[in-house]
Design a protein around this ligand. Sequence first.
Ligand code: TRP
Length: 331
Amino acid sequence: MVQRVFSGIQPTGTLHIGNYFGAIRNWASLQEDHDCVYCIVDYHAITTEIDPKVLRAASRSMALDLIACGIDPQRTILFTQSAVPEHTELAWIFGCVTGYSDLARMTQFKNKSAGKKFVSAGLFIYPVLQAADILLYRATGVPVGEDQVQHVELSRRIARRFNARFGEFFPEPEPIVGKGARVMSLADPAIKMSKTAGEAHYIGVMEDERSIHSKIRSAVTDTGLKPGATMSLGVANLFEVLDLSGGLLGDRSAAAELRTEFESGKLMYSRLKDTVFENLMEVLRPIRQRRRELEASGIVEDILREGANKARVIARENMTKVREMAGLVIR
Ligand code: TRP
């Protein structure tokens, strides 16, 4: 049987190239030989304050980004979490088999709640909802970044607890951690590329071309080169982006050539940056073109509705079983 894969992404703004190279590209290739369910997790997004209008637009926009990046709604179920309320229903039941102390250990919760004036209970039980997302479809593979592995492990624990208390039903999902494409911030290459660090730190997949150029131009490098010097983080990160782009374009010669120049101490960083920019744009251009076409065709609402319908069929069937097992009313 083909393995079912589930993953989710928060609809917070547009995708950046760290998301693309680190996660979405992996999501897209898993479609080749898995039964994939991909979800825009708007219930998770409201664990912290977000303007409702912004949220609704961002969910739609994320769907456009994902499809443009190769998520294929013909083969894959793509939908918005709140269109399938069974996610929250299962989350309640899972909340009753999750230890309070298990949640208190979650590093993402500790990071996200540190120093905040108001910390919602929703933020605390966020990983329970995540477990419900995965297990509602009885998925066994979960493509995620390193930072989410702890949550997938908690999902395994929740599955075990449910099974022990109510009977064998849920599989234990495994994280699928991508082969280490970790794009760092351009302005501070010691931290991972993210939107939270601010504008200068990331490159949006749909960002204006001139803006991308100027961000790459001002990426942090180092002050000088000696033959055989070790590569600074910023330079290594530019090479990483070049390698990733070259890999997708099927031509790694630019990276190899520049690497040789680096080793002999002759590399001009301005040339490295321009090459990174050109190669990256070659990867991004077709994605941006598809994004524009999709947006103009106005079919994204239909795609999401269709995706939610397919997801709901599976969700309802599994929830009927869960209600039966847990002694709840059978609808
Ligand atoms: N917590 C994930 C993140 O912030 C998003 C997410 C929600 C998710 N539900 C999921 C990821 C289920 C994988 C599976 O990146």
